[in-house]
Each structure stands twice: as C-alpha cells, then as structure tokens.
Design a protein around this ligand. Structure first.
Ligand code: NDP
Length: 253
C-alpha cells in the first residue's frame, strides 16, 4: 500500500463511469479505499456509487478549474488514476475536425496534467502518493490513429518525466499501457455504425476492464519502496510493429 497499513487510503479515479475506470474504482473500493469517482454521466456514477460505495463527482475533466477545485475539496489523495480518455477515429488526421483534435488532447493529456498538478503538492508534502496514468500501446508503438497515438505518446512522456521530477519525494508514478480492451471505447471513437462494427469487432479474445484493473491494483499494492514503472498488457492474439507495404497509384502523374 502507499501509506502505512492501517491508515485509510483515498483514491481519485477519472473516467469512472465505464470500462477500465469503473472496474478500477470497484477494485479500489473492495480493497478498502475511499474512492472519488469522476465522470460526466451522472446516472452511471450513481449506479457505481450505490453498488460500491464510491463518492460520485459529475464533472468534465476539460473544465480545468473545476477539476482543481474538486481535487482540493477532497483533501490529500493517495492514488490518482488518470484514466478519463477517448479517441476520435472517424477519419484520418487529414480529415478530422479540428474540434476533435482539441478534445482528444484536452481530455487525454491536459486534464491528466491538471489532475496531477492538483494532487501532487500534498503528496510531496506527505511523502506518499501514487499517480497512475492510463496510457496505451498506441502511445508506445505506431498505430494508424495519429491524434490518439500522439496524445497517448504525451501521456507516456508525462509519466517518464514525472517519475524523474519526483525522485526523492516518495511519490510513485506508474503508466499502464493496454492494447485492445473490451469497453465502450469504440462506441465513443467511431460514429459511423458500419465502420464502428468493423473496428470494434477485433475478432480476438480481448483483455477485460477487470484485467486492466488487476494490473493497476498490483502497481498500487506493492510495498512503497517499489515503483512499478510501466505495465503493458494486450490480447495474446494482438501484437504491434511490423512494416507495411501499400502501393501508390502514380499512373495519373
Ligand atoms: P470507456 O469509453 O469505457 O471509458 C472512458 C471513460 O472516460 C468514461 O468513464 C468516460 O466518462 C470518461 N471520460 C471521457 N471524457 C471525459 C471527460 N471529458 N470528462 C470526464 N470523464 C470523461 O473506455 P475505456 O475504459 O477503454 O478507456 C479508459 C482509458 O483507457 C482511456 O484513457 C483510453 O484511452 C484507455 N485505453 C483504452 C483501450 C481500449 O482498447 N479500450 C486501450 C488502451 C488505452 P463519461 O463519458 O461519463 O464522461
């Protein structure tokens, strides 16, 4: 655990209304944490709260000032799980509306930095705390999802650089890098039903949100002198890398 054995632990989980965030909030509650669960969908948060005892906070992480005020109002946080995130995959970067690019970076990157900024002073002061950033395999290896990959690449460097900045403080930083996880991610990422079902149906046995939550619980549960820097997990049937060949039709030139 982050602190001593008998002290109550406080966690703040962003994007807790579904998928990995909801599973993580549930796991943390089961482990005895007071869990502040944050997202925009009030009905989902209420259901989570009544099932698990989480404290629900209806908030858009892009509202930076509100995010800071919330973090300050709940007092010292032991574990921040920066999980709220999305992709907009309706088109390649060349055709993506500018607004979608801004939303992606604001949600995946800026909000994670703002949340960390809000909780870190108390963590440093208390010499205890843990920032868990949900990155992605798309932040480590090339994928044909340029804006999403760029945002998760930023989360990767944020995690590495924070770890360096926080050396000697007792505050831990972990990056979780999932591959394909079975969640509502593609329901948000793709609006065209046909394209969505093509992208969503990977045809492989996907990692579950609970399995990602288990990885997070491992990282936060090891003794405080151990920092789990990074965990990559993906379906056995999925991999990364490889070179691609695709011919260009230059016959009209
Ligand atoms: P889901 O779509 O199931 O969950 C995303 C969560 O983020 C929801 O709770 C959503 O809540 C929340 N969220 C999105 N935008 C905001 C916002 N502006 N303010 C507050 N909360 C927000 O997908 P996942 O569980 O899969 O995604 C969780 C994380 O895992 C993301 O960072 C994603 O990038 C990452 N990831 C997912 C992978 C996958 O294959 N599923 C693979 C690798 C990484 P609400 O809409 O209620 O606000």
């Amino acid at each position: 655990m982050t602190g001593s054995k008998h002290e109550p632990q406080v966690a703040l989980v962003t994007g807790a209304s579904s998928g990995i965030g909801a599973a993580t909030a549930t796991r943390l509650r089961a482990a005895g944490y007071t869990v502040h669960a944050l997202a925009r969908r009030a009905d989902r948060l209420e259901a989570l709260a009544s099932n698990t005892g989480c404290v629900p906070h209806v908030l858009d992480v892009r509202e930076h000032q509100q995010l800071v005020e919330l973090a300050e109002s709940i007092g010292p946080v032991d574990v921040l799980v920066n999980n709220a995130g999305l992709a907009r995959m309706d088109a390649r970067l060349a055709d993506t509306p500018i607004e979608d690019l801004v939303t992606t970076v604001d949600t995946n990157v800026t909000a994670a930095m703002v949340a960390a900024r809000a909780v870190l002073p108390a963590m440093i002061e208390r010499k205890r705390g843990h920032i868990v950033n949900i990155g992605s395999m798309a932040g480590l290896y090339p994928v044909a999802a340029a804006s999403y990959g760029a945002s998760k690449g930023a989360v990767h460097l944020l995690s590495l650089n924070l770890r360096l900045e926080l050396t000697g403080t007792g505050v831990r930083v972990t990056e979780i890098n999932p591959g394909r996880v079975s969640t509502e991610f593609y329901d948000v990422a793709v609006t065209d039903p046909e394209r969505r079902s093509t992208l969503k149906d990977s045809g492989v046995d996907e990692v579950t949100a609970d399995e990602v939550a288990d990885a997070i619980m491992y990282a936060v549960s090891v003794p405080r002198h151990v920092n789990i820097n990074r965990i990559e997990l993906q379906p056995t049937e999925q991999t990364y890398g490889g070179s691609q060949f695709d011919q260009v039709d230059w016959s009209d030139q």
